[in-house]
Design a protein around this ligand. Sequence first.
Ligand SMILES: NC(=O)c1ccc[n+]([C@@H]2O[C@H](COP(=O)([O-])OP(=O)(O)OC[C@H]3O[C@@H](n4cnc5c(N)ncnc54)[C@H](O)[C@@H]3O)[C@@H](O)[C@H]2O)c1
Ligand SMILES: [Zn+2]
Length: 318
Amino acid sequence: MIVDSNTFDHCLPEVVAAVQPLEQAEFVEVPVGEDCKSVEIASQVWQAMIESGADRNSVVVAVGGGAVCDLAGFVAAGYERGVRLVNIPTSLIAMADAAIGGKTAVNLGGVKNPVGFFKMADIVCVEPSLLASLPKAELKSGAFEVVKTAAVADPELFSELIGGALEPFSAQAITCVAEIKQAIVKADPKDHDIRHILNFGHTFGHAIEAYSVHGGMRMSHGVAVGIGMAMAMRLSVLKLGLAREVYDSYCQYLTQRIEFPQYTLRDAEQMLPLIHHDKKCAGGQVLAVLLRKPGEAVIDVALSDNELLDTLLSGMAL
Ligand SMILES: NC(=O)c1ccc[n+]([C@@H]2O[C@H](COP(=O)([O-])OP(=O)(O)OC[C@H]3O[C@@H](n4cnc5c(N)ncnc54)[C@H](O)[C@@H]3O)[C@@H](O)[C@H]2O)c1
Ligand SMILES: [Zn+2]
């Protein structure tokens, strides 16, 4: 079992009580957050597995957020050329996204996720009650990933979420998005086409997240994606005829939860290369996921630099 200090304290007792065979499992505690996603930590876990006599019939069990799941998948893919993997996600991001779909990775040389494998978990146990101890900021960040999946795949869920009828961290919403993600991954396991729709909000989101580090006020991934989705929806209204009411209601939902950043021309010009560096660019053009309507995403929409700058500078104004 791979845990970090938070999930060791808050989740392990509940998990072990619920899954009796885990009482006999060996566990390795890894550093919290991105610090566990390294080749060095993976190597330490492999070493611990060798010392405890793990063989090709052993099972790696992740009990943690997206970082622990990413590491555990990497470890399971490499050990004995691949052993079984069970993900027990404990954060909202992991339940809705990271634990499902077989993408695993570690960070290297200050770059996020350059080395990894596709390693599908044999079982993913989504147990929303594990979120009880998750810090509020982490819940808020994960909520936008839940909204994202609903926006591209389930119009009814999307309107329930942004209308406030359903909380993104409710068992119902989590189960729904976990099933949607599973179905999308099944249709496109290696991320060639349809799976790209899950990148909605991420073209701007990644740049917003990276740029927030320069300002010294690091924005969480989910919040940056939440803002990125508003920008992608604004472009969707202009380019694909997304109904303005959808955009307006999403902006209302967003501004009740976070402060929308106002960027200057200088900010926007510095963010442009960050958008171009994103892997969703091809042939110098930025390709983004936009929405024709909720549940109907369009992948690979080419965006010019003028459109990108205009979007970054316009705030929420249409
Ligand atoms: N593989 C994928 O498809 C995929 C998709 C999305 C994100 N990710 C990765 O996931 C990571 C982000 O996910 P995350 O935000 O869950 O990261 P995380 O694992 O760092 O968890 C966030 C924080 O919450 C704590 N935590 C987790 N569950 C808890 C609980 N139940 N109670 C108390 N504390 C708890 C963790 O210790 C950590 O401090 C990134 O590394 C990202 O690259 C991967
Ligand atoms: Zn994301």
